[in-house]
Design a protein around this ligand. Structure first.
Ligand code: PLP
Length: 470
């Protein structure tokens, strides 16, 4: 038997060691601001007032779906009973969390028509990458891993699509669009027994619905390839149709756009991946399953691509999506209707104000304007974007998609009122008639003027000390 150790002596030794250790690393002087609470409070409130957010105004970032979401969702995500759960807790003690994940997967299946979902990916691009790994695993199991080397994307694709395919080891083949849609002849020409998948978002990044989607699906299936749905634009069709009806095999959704968490700002996201039944075996582990009324985490999936993130994904974003869907219920389809109505209303207002709409026609949840005609006066889309700040609006997405010159990509979302849309159109009309000098030097009323865009993103001022130097 071990001799009973001398506890007081042990404590003394530990204390001595700790003291020595601390003396080694302790700094005598710390260069931190010596400020009163009042000063600190005013500093941070001032910074927050300099910021522009969805809670302060219209934020029509095309492709990013910056919609105003109910604060109730944040309250749900901050619920202590859910927040203090640890991901390493035993399954039996987290039945509520597992049930929410299980039910959310089922809801997403219903909304998309897919047969199974994994909630693990933490962003849209992460979902795409996961989808591409599933594609690879599927063809490897079929013995076609060495043959199916290519993934096709249209030239209107979001940049993350080709990047994800490449990261998963595929060669990317880009096809040109025709009148803003997939050119079926170009697609037929690109498809072969080497094609692993065709990646598409519908509506596409111009906000145009790919009306020939059933024919596209037929062509893709003819060569034995998979059809991948970038579901970042689901806000436009939710409750009206499903990717499954269109013939898609794999989808990812951006919960941080469509379901209760705003996109942008680099905040946490969730990009769940859904598949048809024949691809379920490849989904990441663990899967949340129900057995005899109990929820559990199932790791026993030999053909799974494995884990794609820590633990089970971004649980707070999943919670908000769950609460959002529960709250909206059948009204989800009104979201899509309203989003499409607002987009078409604003597009017509801007067209009447003199904006050019390439491939003019009805749009879905977003639309793209070309400001190329202002180039004759030496004015660029970026100048108009900066001037919008003076009028109190966050500018739309600029210079994307790449197939439109001087693009302004506008997504008003279902949340905005007619008054807000009218005010934005009025500001745009005024700006387009302003003189070159005013536009080139905009913004005039902002605390920060024109910045070096690259430096602003790479060299951020994040501390009090740095701010003092400016
Ligand atoms: C069409 C489309 N696909 C993919 C993505 C990528 O999503 P994430 O930014 O979450 O990676 C976006 C982002 O806005 C998108 O608009």
């Amino acid at each position: 038997m071990m001799a009973k150790y001398d506890e007081p002596l042990l404590n003394e030794i530990e204390e001595e060691e700790e003291k020595e250790f601390l003396e080694g690393i302790e700094r005598k002087e710390l260069n931190i601001p010596n400020l009163s609470e009042r000063e600190v409070m005013r500093h941070f409130i001032h910074l927050s007032q300099m910021n522009y957010g969805i809670d302060t105004g219209f934020y029509p970032l095309g492709s990013c779906t910056m919609k105003y979401n109910m604060k109730l969702l944040e309250k749900v995500a901050r619920n202590d009973k859910l927040n203090f759960v640890h991901p390493l807790q035993d399954e039996t003690t987290i039945q509520g969390c597992l049930e929410i994940m299980y039910k959310l997967e089922k809801m997403l299946c219903e909304i998309t028509g897919m047969d199974a979902f994994s909630l693990q990916p933490c962003a849209g691009a992460h979902g795409e990458f996961t989808g591409m790994l599933i594609t690879r695993a599927y063809f490897e199991k079929k013995g076609e891993g060495d043959i199916r080397k290519e993934v096709i994307v249209p030239d209107s694709a979001h940049g993350t699509n080709p990047a994800s395919a490449k990261m998963a080891g595929f060669e990317v083949v880009e096809i040109a669009s025709k009148e803003g849609r997939v050119d079926i002849d170009a697609l037929r020409h690109a498809l072969s027994e080497e094609t692993a998948a065709f990646m598409l978002t519908n509506p596409n990044t111009l906000g145009i619905f790919e009306k020939d989607i059933l024919e596209i699906a037929k062509e893709v299936k003819k060569v034995g390839a998979l059809l991948y749905y970038d579901g970042a634009n689901l806000n436009a069709i939710m409750g009206k149709t499903t990717p499954a009806k269109m013939g898609f095999d794999i989808v990812h959704l951006n919960l941080h756009k469509t379901f209760g968490t705003p996109h942008g700002g680099g905040g946490p996201g969730a990009g769940p991946v859904g598949v048809k039944a024949y691809l379920e075996e490849f989904l990441p582990v663990p899967r949340v399953v129900e057995r005899n009324g109990k929820f559990m985490l199932d790791y026993d999936r030999p053909n799974s691509i494995g884990k794609v993130s820590l633990f089970y994904g971004n649980f707070a974003v999943l919670l908000k999506a769950y609460a959002y869907i529960m709250y909206k219920g059948k009204e989800l389809e009104n979201v899509a209707e309203r989003a499409v109505l607002n987009s078409n209303y604003l597009m017509e207002k801007l067209r009447n104000a003199g904006c050019e709409i390439p491939f003019y026609g009805r749009r879905m949840h977003e639309f793209v304007v070309s400001l190329a005609n202002l180039k004759k006066r030496g004015i660029r889309a970026m100048d108009v974007a900066k001037r919008l700040l003076d009028y109190g609006f966050h500018p739309p997405t600029v210079y994307f998609p790449l197939i439109v010159e001087e693009a302004f990509m506008i997504e008003p979302t279902e949340e905005e009122s007619k008054e807000t849309l009218d005010a934005f159109a009025e500001a745009m009309e005024k700006i387009m008639h302003e003189d070159e000098e005013t536009l080139k030097n905009a913004p005039h009323n902002m605390p920060v003027k024109r910045v070096d865009e690259a430096k602003a993103a790479k060299d951020m001022i994040l501390t009090w000390k740095d701010l003092k130097k400016v």
